[in-house]
Design a protein around this ligand. Structure first.
Ligand code: SF4
Length: 364
């Protein structure tokens, strides 16, 4: 496989060929080139986003998710303001400059309560605040932006509308379009926007993954997260997966690395996390992801008693681990020549001319 990055036409067929290539040696060579592109565009600093799983209540029934509302076996929790502030303090001490408040689509998270929380986080720590709380009303989003929230993450999980319907049985026919519309309105409100997909979903094809990559590019996202699908046994999708997995994607972890690398190629200046689901699927995955295009890590600062209850998928790496210290993170990143970022890690958007010249320098 010879890939000329200076003339790489990232059309759908090219992406499918790269995703399905059996020539792993050449792909490894492409990884080194992509790593060079990552260095050129976003540098060696790794942005740490401290993850706080605020609530595991959710009104949705996503077919893959272990905390969906129809799983009655889950013990539900909602963190208090004091608990969130204490978790954020630990995140700051460990080198994070962002806190990510993540949770299910929980009507119990009230507009005013969260707005106050955001203001308090900004005042006390001066950090960036990312929200990942599902689909919320315009009124709530406007209030949270006004309170100081900087980013909003909402994944579409797949750009295949038929598969999307299967993943989200509680939503209407037009839901994929609705989610894309929501991402666009979040951008208009002034949020940095992030989305992402899972790799290896039952029924997912390489063709639809190529479409995912093209959609990331079209939406001009600021952050994209990718990880392998890990079946949860207490979900409709997990149960049917066990009986008869309709799997087209052969190696979801390797494909996730390839997708990260290809996203870095098509959108070289955005932020890409090396995700916990990669590390859960393959020990050492965090570092491999960082060497294949990623530049963000999201260490978990949810109190341990809640962490095990936020089981979107089983056996999450972070569940039984203690919290990571700045010293250990520094040493760990230094093992691959990287450092902890001293900035909040907003996307530094590049001009098209700069993108082209960088691609040419990375020619292989
Ligand atoms: S994926 Fe998110 S929105 Fe869907 S059920 Fe799980 S927590 Fe709720």
């Amino acid at each position: 496989m010879h890939v000329d990055l200076s003339s790489l036409r990232l059309e759908k067929d090219t992406l499918i060929n790269l995703l399905t290539s059996k020539d792993q040696e050449s792909f490894n060579y492409l990884y080194t080139k992509v790593d060079g592109l990552r260095k050129e565009f976003v540098g060696d600093q790794v942005h740490l986003r401290g993850l706080i799983e605020l609530t595991n209540h959710c009104r949705c029934r996503c077919a893959y998710c272990g905390i969906a509302s129809d799983n009655t076996a889950v013990t539900r929790y909602r963190m208090t303001k004091e608990e969130v502030m204490a978790s954020a303090k630990r995140a700051m001490e460990s080198g994070c400059k962002t806190v990510v408040l993540q949770g299910g689509e929980d009507p119990g998270i009230k507009k005013e309560w969260l707005a106050d929380m955001i203001k308090q986080l900004k005042k006390e720590f001066g950090c960036a605040v990312t929200l990942s709380l599902g689909e919320r009303s315009k009124d709530e989003l406007v209030a949270w932006k006004k309170a100081g929230a900087d980013r909003f993450l909402i994944r579409f999980e797949t750009s295949d509308p038929v598969l999307f319907r299967r993943l989200h049985p509680h939503h209407s026919e037009t839901q994929l379009e609705d989610r894309i519309t929501l991402l666009k309105s979040l951008r208009k409100m002034g949020f940095e926007i992030g989305s992402g997909v899972m790799i290896g979903l039952p029924g997912q094809t390489y063709e639809s993954i190529a479409d995912d990559i093209l959609l990331f590019q079209k939406l001009d996202l600021d952050m994209v997260g990718v990880g392998p699908y890990i079946p949860h046994p207490e979900t409709p999708m997990g149960r049917s997966y066990k009986e008869q997995p309709p799997i087209f994607v052969q190696d979801s972890v390797e494909t996730a690395y390839r997708v990260i690398a290809l996203i870095r190629l098509v959108c070289p200046d955005l932020n890409i996390p090396s995700t916990t689901s990669i590390e859960t699927s393959e020990e050492g995955g965090y570092l491999k992801g960082l060497q294949r295009g990623a530049n963000v890590i999201m260490p978990n600062f949810t109190p341990l008693q809640y962490r095990k209850l936020y089981e979107i998928y089983p056996d999450k790496t972070c569940v039984n681990q203690g919290e990571v210290s700045k010293k250990s993170l520094t040493k760990w990143l230094a093992s691959i020549g990287r450092t902890i970022s001293d900035s909040k890690g907003f996307r530094n958007k590049c001009s098209n001319d700069h993108r082209e010249s960088c691609r040419k320098r990375a020619k292989c």
